[in-house]
Write a protein that binds this ligand. Structure first.
Ligand code: NI
Length: 166
């Protein structure tokens, strides 16, 4: 396994519609292994292939049990509810924005061997499914928000939330 370089906003890889994965071969497996290693190293919860410069429909998501879900050629087949929350992206470091997403998301995808499966989750993982699958169509979360918070504003926001909870 190897770490891959994460491309940043402004790189044209992040604006392309990715092509479907057709070969479920060792090359794909190496890409997925590298993406997982890169995701864990970076401390994120999701990473899409175009973020490491590969224009194919593949992404990895870490759920709230710290399990890695590999999604090849994923499609959202059902959504329910709504959540509003802060979102960030490894390709847009240090910036966060409020984005509205469905609260429950069901995805149909292929696994690394090409077998179809469905996975459903809620909350942060549902948000992550939406975010990563959008990357495969060349979209970034910043398109859904008109105000990006800096690290300082984020800290201030978290402090206020904590005070409100006390
Ligand atoms: Ni992202």
């Amino acid at each position: 396994m190897a770490l891959r370089k994460i491309v940043l906003q402004g790189d044209e890889c992040l604006t392309k519609v990715c092509r479907p994965v057709t070969d479920f071969n060792v090359r794909l497996h190496m890409l997925l292994d590298d993406m997982t290693e890169t995701l864990v190293e970076s401390g994120g919860v999701g990473l899409a292939a175009p973020q490491v410069g590969i224009l194919r429909r593949a992404c990895v998501v870490m759920n709230e049990d710290d399990e890695i879900i590999e999604l090849i050629n994923p499609e959202i087949i059902k959504t329910a509810g709504r959540q509003d929350g802060l979102e960030g992206c490894l390709s847009v470091p240090g910036k966060y924005g409020f984005v509205s997403r469905p609260n429950v998301v069901r995805v149909r995808a292929q696994d690394r061997n090409g077998d179809f499966f469905e996975v459903e989750d809620e909350g942060l993982t549902a948000r992550c499914f939406c975010h990563e699958i959008e990357h495969l169509d060349g979209h970034l979360f910043v398109e859904h928000t008109d105000h990006l918070l800096t690290e300082e504003e984020l800290e201030e926001y978290i402090r206020q939330q904590e005070e409100e909870e006390q």
